[in-house]
Design a protein around this ligand. Structure first.
Ligand code: PNS
Length: 163
């Protein structure tokens, strides 16, 4: 059984995340999407809301399980008996941060391996942070997030019109 964990904030899930999840299910028998419980980041959606959005958007992918975790990722990995972390890399600028995390996780737990996956080219500039900012300012993000996420953004965020 090949098991991997795809950790992140997912606030909210984007089409870039979904693309990595789909690609991950081609490589692993079980892909555990793990939502970080990190109140420090003042998220737009609660962990439960983020988990529900991911669950509903991946209903056609039986290999996907949605979890949440707090504390160290490597401790969560041990609890679920997984040794592979999947992370998406969009551009060279992501690499430094991802390299640090991967090596820190290896330092903390030498059995943990990180694999980096590339999203489809059309999502290489998409991030949850930019999606929220653009949506808030009235921009069209319909191509960048799943329809369910778009609905949730509409219900949650007031759009601020420019002058
Ligand atoms: O989507 P994000 O915010 O880039 O995901 C970052 C995440 C959740 C993968 C990372 O912050 C994380 O693993 N946090 C858990 C705490 C931890 O294990 N820190 C040490 C490893 S660098």
């Amino acid at each position: 059984m090949r098991v991997a964990v795809y950790p992140g904030s997912f606030d909210p899930l984007t089409n870039g995340h979904l693309d990595i999840i789909r690609r991950g299910t081609l490589l692993f028998d079980r892909l555990l999407v793990a939502v970080l419980e990190n109140e420090g980041k003042s998220p737009l959606f609660t962990v439960a809301e983020r988990m529900e959005l991911i669950t509903r958007c991946t209903h056609d992918l039986p290999a996907v399980e949605v979890h949440s975790f707090s504390g160290l990722l490597v401790d969560f990995m041990q609890r679920v008996d997984a040794s592979v972390v999947v992370r998406g890399i969009r551009a060279v600028s992501d690499y430094e941060y991802e390299l640090q995390m991967a090596l820190m996780n290896r330092e903390l737990h030498p059995g943990v391996e990180t694999i980096f996956m590339l999203p489809a080219v059309e999502y290489t500039y998409v991030s949850s942070r930019l999606v929220k900012e653009v949506f808030r300012l009235g921009g069209d993000v319909a191509r960048l997030v799943p329809p369910l996420v778009l609905d949730s953004l509409k219900a949650r965020l007031p759009v601020t019109a420019g002058c």
